[in-house]
Design a protein around this ligand. Structure first.
Ligand SMILES: C[S@@+](CC[C@H](N)C(=O)[O-])C[C@H]1O[C@@H](n2cnc3c(N)ncnc32)[C@H](O)[C@@H]1O
Length: 213
């Protein structure tokens, strides 16, 4: 598949059976994209310092990096400003993807579902999520997304996700089935006990982690 080519072809989303979370993001995504996450890369970096320090800890700016659920590319823009140039991202929301493509013309940004990533096994040195696993159903889409992230990652999986010691549904935009604070670091350990949890810290209400394959 060529750079910039989307696995989800135009109209395909209508043919495929979408899950509740995909339908939700297709519905609220445009408003979310235009209404929030519009801070500058510096503001985003200052809001998530521990998370972005994880990328510095990898020690190599040439690493290929994929963000699942990148929205308009706020995190990727921070990484770009930090000197990482081999960047890719995917999101289901078309308007977010086109803003992201405009902001990061050299990156490979695709529209599609993170339940089926349109990339090869171990194609990226690093695969990460930020505020995206929290929107996956614990027993349905979450394991699928984690497996896809692990499949595409060669070396590292990084994350920043809202934490709670047990999985707890929170009200999000009037719904109780779209957002769960949970011990995502533990979920990774349970699903992939063979991987190394190198770093695990709290950043406000979120857990930030680096896992090495
Ligand atoms: C809370 S936002 C986080 C955006 C970004 N990671 C950040 O930190 O600014 C969640 C994003 O995940 C995307 N998303 C949720 N489920 C998805 C799915 N199944 N496939 C692709 N994108 C999805 C949404 O469209 C949205 O852009």
């Amino acid at each position: 598949m060529k750079k910039g080519e989307s696995k989800m072809k135009k109209g395909e989303s209508k043919m495929k059976e979408l899950n509740e979370q995909e339908k939700f993001w297709l519905a609220v995504g445009p408003a979310y994209t235009s209404g929030g996450g519009t801070e500058s890369p510096d503001e985003r970096l200052n809001a998530r310092p521990k998370f972005f320090r994880l990328f510095e800890s990898l020690g190599n700016k040439d690493l290929s990096i994929l963000e699942v659920g990148c929205n308009r590319g706020m995190n990727l823009s921070v990484l770009d400003s930090m000197g990482f140039k081999n960047l890719s991202g995917i999101d289901i929301v078309e308007s977010a993807v086109s803003i992201c493509q405009q902001n990061l013309p050299d990156a490979d940004i695709r529209q599609g579902s993170i339940l089926s990533l349109p990339w090869e096994d171990e194609q990226f040195d690093v695969v990460f999520s930020a505020g995206v696993l929290i929107h996956q159903h614990r027993t349905e889409s979450l394991p699928v997304v984690m497996d896809e992230m692990a499949r595409c990652a060669k070396s590292n999986i990084l994350g920043l996700e809202d934490y709670n010691s047990i999985s707890a549904a929170k009200n999000y935009r009037g719904r109780n089935d779209q957002y769960w604070a949970a011990p995502y670091d533990r979920f990774w350990k349970e699903r992939f006990p063979q991987y190394d949890m190198v770093t695990r810290q709290m950043e406000g209400i979120r857990v930030v982690y680096r896992i090495d394959k």
